[in-house]
Write a protein that binds this ligand. Structure first.
Ligand code: HEC
Length: 317
């Protein structure tokens, strides 16, 4: 079969065969071997060159052999070559799977009714369709037995398992992808390592204006419930990232701090809430009420301290 196939089929088939074997035998973890081990790309190029070289050599041999043939043999050989290459096996399967009648044979299957000149052929159902139909029946029986007779696990159980797994995956992803936070996804970080990292960043960059205890100086007091630019992790993150109002002195830090670092220092800044600074600056701005928090009247006696104090300050205003 190979000698009858043209080179443009032979080369790709052999190439992908080698490629497939290579991927199968080289253990390269999640990524394909040709990505994990770039040296294999070199190997594949070599294989390709080799295949092309073999083709060229075969062609040359064919030419030489052709010259040695007698005149009639040459003609026969050329005539043989003229016949276009056909994928006989593929054609046979196609014919078997469709069982269509050729136009010349249609007379055999034409039905004898005639509606205003429109007539109907009695074609058989195409075998590819019939086999698929049988396959669905077998599948249906299997499914029935699996889920309605045995029934030890259901779709909703599968769903719950997948959701649980996805939650674990998200947690794992968040751990590795902390640097992807932005103002929309940022959340208060509570890990001691994050907070101490935040503290370091604060001490290096921010104390000059906000003081080490957050009491404020050039910058506003960060320990009280009043915020000029809004409290809560998202606003604070945004202020740090984008800076304060023009000309006030609070620059945008997104150039010099990574997203994770801004989340860390923002979380650290929020730790100042409710502490007392040695030399606090007078409150500036508004008391910030978290719009996501439960409303004041809904606050039950055991509600978290922070919301309770917010509502009392509001009441006093
Ligand atoms: C050059 C002085 C200066 C430095 C350094 C500085 N800030 Fe500020 N910061 C300010 C000023 C001034 C404001 C008020 C901005 C305004 O009024 O728009 C401010 C506002 C803020 C606010 C908002 C406060 C509010 O009431 O809304 C936060 C949060 C903040 N700074 C955090 C930081 C952090 C974190 C750093 C270090 C990465 C830092 N700042 C560095 C001067 C500074």
């Amino acid at each position: 079969m190979l000698t009858r196939t043209p080179w443009w089929i032979r080369i790709p088939v052999l190439f992908f065969l080698v490629f497939g074997l290579m991927e199968y035998f080289i253990d390269s973890g999640e990524q394909p071997a040709f990505m994990t081990y770039p040296i294999t790309q070199f190997f594949l190029v070599l294989v390709l060159l080799l295949l092309i070289a073999i083709e060229l050599i075969l062609k040359a041999i064919e030419n030489v052999m052709f010259q040695t043939l007698s005149k009639e043999a040459k003609e026969r050989y050329l005539a043989d070559k003229e016949k276009r290459w056909e994928w006989t096996w593929g054609k046979a399967v196609y014919a078997k799977m469709t069982r269509t009648k050729r136009i010349e044979e249609e007379a055999e299957i034409i039905l004898d009714h005639n509606y205003d000149g429109i007539r109907e052929l009695d074609n058989v159902l195409p075998p590819w369709w019939v086999y698929m139909f049988y396959a669905t029946i077998i599948f249906g029986v299997g499914y029935l037995v699996r889920f309605h007779v045995v029934g030890d696990y259901t779709q909703s159980l599968e769903y719950d398992q997948e959701v649980a797994q996805a939650k674990l995956d998200i947690e794992a992803y968040k751990k590795t992808a902390k640097n992807l936070v932005d103002v929309n996804t940022v959340e208060v970080l509570t890990d001691a390592s994050d907070l101490s990292a935040g503290q370091k960043i604060f001490e290096v960059n921010c104390v000059a204006c906000h003081m080490a205890d957050g009491g404020g100086g050039i910058g506003p007091n960060l320990t009280d419930a009043h915020w000029i630019l809004g409290g809560g992790i998202k606003n604070v993150f945004n202020t740090i990232s984008e800076g304060g109002r023009d000309g006030k002195g609070m620059v945008a830090w997104k150039q010099s701090l990574k997203p994770l670092e801004m989340a860390q220092v923002a979380s650290y800044v929020l730790q100042f809430q409710g502490t007392t600074a040695t030399n606090p600056k007078a409150p500036e701005g508004e008391v910030w009420i978290n719009p996501d928090a439960p409303k004041a009247e809904e606050v039950v006696p055991e509600a978290p301290k922070e919301q309770a104090s917010d509502s009392t300050t509001v009441a006093m205003n």
